[in-house]
Write a protein that binds this ligand. Structure first.
Ligand code: PLP
Length: 386
């Protein structure tokens, strides 16, 4: 059977070059980078090289990069770290379409007494900037807004948001887990103060991430213990994975533009093919401001899960909604926030591509999908079938 993987916003295949770069750090160079002896010293240099590579991909200084265990940890550390550093006094502003890794810590701060405002989005998934301006009128705030949405791929106007937060004297964190490696991300040009990224979304393995903290931004670490990561994240460094993340970032910096041009063409071919062969379908999210690899599409009157099972039977892996909430049949909070009609929310499927996908895989999917949709619609209680 075919093996077509279109679920790259959930996780990506680790690049062979990344796995190769990691190997020596399991077998030979397994020392603790904080040790004073040569075992440690050799390893420390590679951790710092990885830090420089991560920094280069996003235009940061190496000293502004803190290694973490994943995107979720980066998000939690950023939001709590800034809130606590400001004496737990500032309000928190976020959006209604964030990943649970941001929504969760914001809810926790609300339980601790913080005033939390969630800004809504319009039908295309774009942030309501007027509402953000209103919320910022209250003075400085901890603001956390995603760079790109994991479900729809919609890209928020990060430059504008950052300028607004800065003018209000607040601190701006962005969850760029889905953006880094797919679109240009440059913290020299963009007024963001903290930024989260995750290894397994850009062809490094699961279990490593990074948090960018702009020099001078007040931050209280929540992982307490040793003095690693310049006192910003305690715990002995996960050296092989950090080296892997560094390699993945180096590869992204070198090939992102070319890879994503090709990926966008494949995504557009898939989108056009589905729209012409499957009636009653709609693309969810702002098609002009969207990640090049993501297609979120609703097949009216059918359950997205039924489509996913049928696709899986013919060897095609896609997803409905966010990877972290799949498994639950809760309708997507992102599509609901966009006001997508009930019948379309339930029939939504996300295809997310990577540099390892091919045109042949797209064409195979376009052959398999229309009969699946036709068969499921014939069974649908919402459609008047003859
Ligand atoms: N933020 C976004 C936008 C994501 O898509 C994800 C993962 O799906 C995360 C955060 C969490 O990242 P991790 O899986 O590395 O914890």
């Amino acid at each position: 059977m075919r093996n077509v993987y279109f679920d790259n916003n959930a996780t990506t295949q680790p690049a062979p070059e990344v796995l190769e770069a990691m190997q020596p750090f399991f077998r030979e160079w397994w020392g603790n980078p904080s040790s004073m002896h040569a075992f440690g010293g050799r390893v420390r240099g590679h951790v710092e090289e990885a830090r420089a590579r991560v920094a280069a991909l996003i235009g940061a200084e190496p000293s502004e990069i803190v290694f973490t265990s994943c995107g979720t940890e980066s998000d939690n550390a950023a939001i709590r770290g800034v809130f606590e550093a400001q004496g737990e006094k500032w309000p928190v502003i976020t959006s209604r379409v964030e990943h649970p890794a941001v929504h969760g810590p914001c809810c926790r701060l609300k339980e601790r007494g913080a005033r939390v405002t969630e800004i809504g989005v319009d039908g295309s998934g774009q942030l309501d900037l007027n509402r953000l301006a209103d919320a910022l009128r209250g003075g400085p705030a901890v603001v956390s807004m995603m760079w790109a949405n994991n479900e729809t791929g919609v890209i928020f106007p990060i430059q504008q948001i950052g300028e607004m937060v800065r003018a209000a004297g607040g601190v701006f964190h962005t969850d760029a887990v889905q953006a880094v490696g797919k679109i240009p991300v440059d913290v020299r040009q963009t007024p963001v103060d903290l930024l989260s990224l995750s290894g397994h979304k850009l062809h490094a393995p699961k279990g490593v991430g990074a948090l960018y903290i702009r020099k001078g931004v007040k931050f209280k670490p929540f992982m307490l213990g040793g003095h690693q990561e310049d006192n910003r994240r305690a715990g002995t460094e996960n050296v092989p994975y950090i080296v892997g993340l560094g390699k993945a970032c180096e590869m992204a910096a070198a090939h992102r533009e070319e890879d994503m041009r090709r990926v966008a063409a494949l995504r557009d071919r898939l989108e056009a093919g589905i729209l012409t062969t499957c009636p009653d379908t709609r693309v969810n999210g702002d098609r002009k401001n969207r990640l090049p690899n993501t297609l979120n599409i609703s097949f009216e009157f059918i359950e997205g899960e039924s489509i996913l099972y049928s696709l899986s039977d013919v060897g095609v892996a896609a997803s409905s909604g966010s990877a972290c909430t799949s498994g639950s049949l809760e309708p997507s909070h992102v599509l609901r926030a966009m006001g997508v009609p009930f019948t379309a929310v339930h029939g939504s499927v996300r295809f997310s591509l990577s540099r390892y996908n091919t045109q042949e895989e797209v064409d195979y999917t376009l052959e398999q999908l229309p009969p699946i949709i036709h068969r499921l619609r014939a069974l649908s209680p919402f459609v008047e079938n003859p």
